[in-house]
Design a protein around this ligand. Sequence first.
Ligand SMILES: Nc1nc2c(c(=O)[nH]1)N[C@H]1C(S)=C(S)[C@@H](COP(=O)(O)OP(=O)(O)OC[C@H]3O[C@@H](n4cnc5c(=O)[nH]c(N)nc54)[C@H](O)[C@@H]3O)O[C@H]1N2
Ligand SMILES: Nc1nc2c(c(=O)[nH]1)N[C@H]1C(S)=C(S)[C@@H](COP(=O)(O)OP(=O)(O)OC[C@H]3O[C@@H](n4cnc5c(=O)[nH]c(N)nc54)[C@H](O)[C@@H]3O)O[C@H]1N2
Ligand SMILES: [Mo]
Length: 776
Amino acid sequence: MPTRRHPDHDIDADIDEGALTVTDREHEAAGVPAVMVSLRRGLESMGPLRTAATLAKLNQRHGFDCPGCAWPEEHGGRKLAEFCENGAKAVAEEATTRVVTPEFFARHSVAELADKPEYWLSQQGRLTHPVVLRPGEAHYRPISWDEAYRLIADELRALDDPNEAVFYTSGRTSNEAAFVYQLLVRSFGTNNLPDCSNMCHESSGTALTESIGIGKGSVTVEDLVLADLIVIAGQNPGTNHPRMLSILEKAKGRGAQIIAVNPLPEAGLMRFKDPQKVHGVIGDGVPIADEFVQIRLGGDMALFAGLGRLLLEADDRAPGTVVDRDFVAAHSAGFADYERRTRAVDLTEVAEATGIDRAQLERVAAKMAGARRIVVCWAMGLTQHKHAVPTISEISNVLLMRGMIGKPGAGLCPVRGHSNVQGDRTMGIWEKMPETFLTALDDRFGISSPRKHGLDTVDAIRAMRDGKAKVFMAMGGNFASATPDTVVTEAALRKCALTVQVSTKLNRSHLVHGHTALILPSLGRTDRDVQAGGKQQVSVEDSMSMVHLSRGSLHPPSDQVRSEVSIVCQLARTLLGPGHPVPWEQFNADYDTIRDAIAAVVPGCADYNRRVREPDGFQLPHPPRDSRDFPTTTGKANFSTYPIEWVPVPSGRLVLQTLRSHDQYNTTIYGLDDRYRGVKGGRRVVFVNPADLEALGLTDGDRVDLVSEFTDADGRTQERRADDFAVVSYSTPVGNAAAYYPETNPLVPLDHTAAKSNTPVSKAVVIRLERRPWAG
Ligand SMILES: Nc1nc2c(c(=O)[nH]1)N[C@H]1C(S)=C(S)[C@@H](COP(=O)(O)OP(=O)(O)OC[C@H]3O[C@@H](n4cnc5c(=O)[nH]c(N)nc54)[C@H](O)[C@@H]3O)O[C@H]1N2
Ligand SMILES: Nc1nc2c(c(=O)[nH]1)N[C@H]1C(S)=C(S)[C@@H](COP(=O)(O)OP(=O)(O)OC[C@H]3O[C@@H](n4cnc5c(=O)[nH]c(N)nc54)[C@H](O)[C@@H]3O)O[C@H]1N2
Ligand SMILES: [Mo]
């Protein structure tokens, strides 16, 4: 078994942004370069033995679930290599043999580390020991686990009210860890459980709960393969869900049409070479999209409303062929209002909002009218807008009208981000879990969970900013970098009495800290997890509600690294005392006992221990998908009639979307290249339409500062800055720009959030470009 190596000196990631080069963007995704990149990354971080051992177990029945995205595995015969380039990178990042030890913290002060870019921090390796930063000190120093638990417990007990503590979760936490974590937090007395989902698919959950009664997607992988029309809106699968591409190719092989709705011609949407097939490795690849709808940022609600009108008109011409009258009558509510509103949609406004010409709109409508099985997929391009909830409801409207829910090959497919973000919600990580869940929890354990709703991510930042929350604990993630309005958020975190980060790797949130700060190193998905009761396994839920086991097998970075379950259970024992009714010690020793509790509390999880051990796990119930039952307020699927909103571009300004490069996992930066978009050696770039550049008197390569402009509730204009970006002329709609997250998070105003879901509006920030004074 190869052991972790202690580097002679810290890994100096090449962070020279001066080396930036921009070439033509690539027109296709994957193929040979993708295989080579994944192998190279593996070899660099893990060496040959570990690379072979990990990649062979990735997403296999007896292996571990990929810590990358939440895309499901295919049932039945899994391919030997059920992974993708970016999954392999995610694994290499976690299984790296580089380590961040107490000596590392002795060498580097917090102030020094706070000056390093996120990329450098990402590359230092795995955390090996619990460390503490005490008030007034310059360095993190080792602390024993028991002392760390006591410190947290003391700070929590010193609060005037449990609601002064905030407990964040990122989406990699297993079901078992999530379940015990929310149980600890509710036993302590608060529902302050914000999570990354608040910034991610919250808008999808909110919209789908209103329209179909459950906030999860209604399709399986098999449905995608059976579909004859797949719409992919606001999602970049070639980078963020690469395993989805082979499913799309399969669907295409059966004759499916694919429509891509995106401001950018993303490589994975245009052409695809399957690296796992010989024909994918040579040749030109498979064209993915039959129709590329290059939509303006935020134009999707108008698009789907316009399509709704054209579909109603198509039905007038051939009654009963487009509108599924039986479905509408038996299963839906609100169709008459929807029909009235939608017939009056102004198609000129649709053209202005979307930037799509009438001919293309009619072509897309004809495809939607003619298809018998439609799936619509989406991700952050739809959820991170002011009008995200109405936009997703509008998609629902169109599918409901066509009766495309609860039948094979059709449905709604929000494509989730983090590998277990959906499972964490199922397990109770939510600031407003329903009463039925809380009652079941209380009944099982004899506790009394608080009923007052907790804080979500944006409200948690406000509470810390205003001194109303004083202890911040994070189960994974990188709160300081991932959240909006970096300057405000960092100041808020610095006001806390205590910040606690349970992490696998070093990140900025360790350096933006409260008066006292703790870093608690945890096992990741790939690590072996041995407790008093023997070797443990955990379970996760994918984007399509499949729950299955994951078993890590690698030697952990040090014997001082603990599992998330263990950290929660030991903290709970210290905080809640020996008389507490939850069997924390038993939970810690044997995760089967946690799964028994999950079976008793979480809907759809009966007999969890047995079912999760079936070869492909089991699927959680989804009433609309399974039986066309809609657990909404009306008991039917609800049509909605929100007023149509879109995002005009103020004159002389641009609307900016913040997105991922091909070489990052959220705030973890793998490298400085965005191969598919032709950017190499740098991340501070802003993609702008050539016509806008001309109008602004700028040329390719000019250096600019990005200044965001936001009008607050009092009508005042606020400005925020992110300095020194190179301009790249790019195929994006006129008036719409793009730049990478998290470098652009300082530009996203805290109060600019989606109606109803409170998700930060990361895909429509009004900016102006200011030429840097010394640039040519
Ligand atoms: N390798 C890798 N995989 C990942 C991640 C990662 O960082 N790296 N992150 C994971 C997470 S947490 C998530 S949530 C997902 C994110 O997956 P994506 O949602 O694909 O991520 P983004 O990079 O934000 O890309 C948004 C896409 O939507 C488009 N878009 C932006 N605004 C609009 C709009 O108004 N309308 C339309 N129609 N399109 C728009 C953009 O051009 C871009 O193609 O990926 C997950 N998987
Ligand atoms: N501007 C802008 N902002 C955004 C977005 C955007 O598109 N634009 N996207 C938003 C979205 S969709 C999301 S999901 C959030 C992501 O927000 P987060 O989930 O908070 O951020 P990540 O970068 O995924 O977190 C990375 C850190 O998680 C830790 N980690 C990794 N694996 C594990 C594990 O197994 N256990 C533990 N305990 N820790 C682990 C590592 O220490 C690593 O440094 O960002 C959001 N922010
Ligand atoms: Mo996400």
